[in-house]
Design a protein around this ligand. Structure first.
Ligand code: ZN
Length: 260
């Protein structure tokens, strides 16, 4: 793992401007609060980007210089340009880590990564949530006790229409009786993906010290390990490891780039 990880916290930054409750809790914007929690780890170089910026702040060069992307979206998934979503996906396949928070289960990028609807059940009753640690030895659960308790949350319940996770790190129980797979990991291409459920905008979830610790752990866990560029390189006959002669017909010139 590199000594310093370059992180972008991406925020949709819509509710903060439209809803007085959200603005009061997050006057600097949710993305800045999430970023502040990550900066408690001094080895993380954390920047922010928002929907409103040119190319949503996710230009080719910005993404090329990013190891882990943290994503919070809710009301404006459809306003994320397809071109930008595709660019993010390419970087994940190359090896960039991706942390999807709360309602980002319905973001374009997360849905493409999962290949399923990502639907779930939900309720806004300000009820208690207890996130049980399923894998105490997992790096994302490092330093966390048996469970995390959040006094007031929005409920997300099963069925959560995701492909079976590689690992389920947290499982939530809600006061109303539902359960939910709240902390799940996958790999797609070379990228590591973590979904973390808490983070409804009308509660101060991202100020919670244990939630912040989970996010710092998750960013470190999602650090890239190497990189593979998606370009389908041709291997010319003369570069084959063993001696080869041309036997069959050839449609393409040797050394040609792959087709997209
Ligand atoms: Zn929510």
């Amino acid at each position: 793992m590199p000594d310093r990880l370059r992180v972008i916290v991406w925020g949709e930054n819509v509710h903060e401007h439209k809803n007085a409750i959200v603005r009061q809790i997050y006057p600097e914007g949710m993305h800045n609060c999430i970023a502040a929690g990550l900066r408690e780890d001094r080895k993380l170089e954390v920047q922010t980007a928002t929907l409103q910026e040119r190319q949503h702040g996710l230009t080719k060069s910005a993404l090329a210089a990013t190891d882990v992307l943290v994503w919070w979206g809710h009301a404006a998934h459809g306003r994320v340009a397809d071109k930008v979503a595709e660019r993010v996906l390419s970087r994940i396949w190359e090896g960039m880590g991706f942390i999807a928070l709360h309602s980002s289960h319905y973001s374009k990028v997360f849905k493409r990564l999962m290949g399923t609807s990502c639907s779930l059940t939900w309720r806004e009753a300000g009820e208690r949530e207890r996130l049980w640690v399923c894998q105490p030895a997992h790096p994302i659960a490092r330093g966390i006790d048996r469970f995390i308790e959040l006094e007031h949350t929005e409920m997300y319940g099963e069925p959560f229409a995701i492909p079976a996770p590689d690992e389920t790190v947290f499982l939530s129980w809600f006061e109303g009786g539902e359960v939910f797979r709240s902390g799940c990991t996958w790999r797609r291409g070379n990228g590591r993906i973590f979904y973390f459920r808490p983070g409804h905008e009308t509660y101060p979830i991202y100020f919670h010290p244990i939630v912040r610790q989970v996010l710092r752990n998750a960013v470190r866990w999602a650090a890239p390990e190497g990189k593979w560029i998606d370009r389908c390189p041709n291997v010319p006959i003369k570069k084959a490891r063993e001696t080869l002669t041309q036997k069959g017909p050839r449609l393409h010139k040797e050394g040609e780039a792959g087709f997209r």
